[in-house]
Design a protein around this ligand. Sequence first.
Ligand code: ADP
Ligand code: MG
Length: 611
Amino acid sequence: MSHIRKLDPIVVDQIAAGEVVERPASVVKELVENAIDAGATSIEVILLEGGIRRIEVRDNGIGIDREELLLAVTSHATSKLSAPSDLEAIASLGFRGEALASIASVSRLEVISRTAESNAGASLKVDFGRVGEVRDAAAAKGTRFIIDDLFAELPARRKFLKRASTEAGHCTAWVERLALVHEGVAFRIENDGRSVFEVRADDDLTARCAAVFGANIADRMLAIDKPNDVLSCTARIGPPETARRDARRVHLFLNGRWVRDARLLRAVREGVREFVPIGYYPTLFLQLHVSPERVDVNVHPQKTEVRFRDERIVFGTVVNTLRQCLSASDWATRAVGGIGSTVAETPSFGGASAYPVGGSGGGGELAGGASVGGGSSSRDFPAPSWQRADDLRGAAAAGQLDDFVARQAADGSLPLQSDPDAAAGDFLSIANTFLFRPVPGGVEIIDQHALHERVNLEELRKEIREGQVVMQPLLVPSLVDLSRTELELLLGLKDTFLRLGVDVDAFGETTLAIRGVPARLQRLHPEKLVMDLLEIATDNRAASPEKIQEEMLFSMSCRGAVMAGDHVDRAALEGLLKRGANLPQDRTCAHGRPVRIMLTLEDLERAFFRR
Ligand code: ADP
Ligand code: MG
């Protein structure tokens, strides 16, 4: 026979704490958010042993009244919500009134605080939920929280904590996230007496990105600022070579709150897909501002998941903004010694030939009033260092380039466009996969498949835009046996196929006849093409015709390209290099992998221990 009893309030809080307080970093997050909500302009986090032994957070915010100290550590007590309708439009970071009570139930907490109005401070201690007495205490204006021995009386929880250095890393990550989006507030975090991260109150977003991602990356981040009443979007994107396999460098914020939302992350990947290899995540700061009544942040106790009222609009805006900005950026334009440019006969990089440099696209106005620009100069931004004019200038100064190029680089007069009729120049094909060619300042290595794929994609896109994909009728139609539903699905897309230069119709009840394929994709195997198209059509049943067309375009560009390892004769390779001379974007293939990389003289010198 069991007896039902009401739980002891301390136990209730400890159970609730399980949802909010997982590790020292959760405490840091809650306390720093409280400090931000309290209007602090300076917040300091001091850890001992990664916060496992002690977490101290000091702020210079409004402070807590002596009479309210007890209330502050009581569960469901908050100054941030009063009427239920307030939940509809939450503007503060906290609102549940749970954090302090939860933390106090699983640690030894001390709070010392003084408001601007009172001339004496007060303190209160709570020992694993056992509340002490409010006492007088000397204090500067603001609040200090000291959290000792987290989980010490809850061995089951404590054993899940990791090494101190790991816990310190998680704590720092939270301070970084909050620091990114709270300009005007200084943040500092130290662990065991060592300062780990710091920004000043007057540091702007660029300086904050530099503190979080490193100055080297921050300098080259593409900036997007798209203001709007209902939904505004600010972003900083790192260049493609900083992409990573995990999403740790992706920082998404909604109304000042860091969020980890799988669907939002998917929208980001969709937006950058042509610039970042499949399976990789960009280095990204993305901040959305949506009117509070249009989102619900009260989905999860840690408040890192959100729900949008108009999901499609929000996700669509993210995808389109990223896409527009990336394709208007220099990432999408040519590099030094761009494909198709004339290259010196000798690898001394001499000769009075025209070397293209930098981008022709640059920043510019985007539809919807968004402006694009790099942190410093939009032209410099996305190109890796070896493509930048100032690097060339540096190289020139070091006597690495011949006079002619040096002079042009120095006064910025290097031509921005290459001559499409120029010879493909000297190149060496290695392993039927890579083309090596000397360019000013180093050696360029091109992936033949990636280049061909990009050439196909850009050429087809242009033809489609102009409504004239050249179709090659097949003398003998290719026949493919399918199921009835498959056949129906494909025939339903007949118009999309025609626009892409693929002509299909039914040949009996379960056979599809392919009567024509795009002329330029000579390598395309008709049956394989149909199987690809079928897969795309099946995967994208609910997608718009534009989306389906785009997917098919990617697939056709890839299938119609020479593969790595395919032997291609020299004339054809030259032809390919020439076709690649004037593309709107030639940095990455349709799948976001690089079309080319460059070994600079510096790289080579390093490899030979000359540096
Ligand atoms: P919430 O932040 O959801 O309101 P908390 O438990 O985190 O709940 O905090 C309870 C209350 O304590 C807050 O509503 C606020 O009034 C007060 N408080 C907490 N931290 C601070 C601080 N650093 N400065 C001033 N007031 C604070
Ligand atoms: Mg709070």
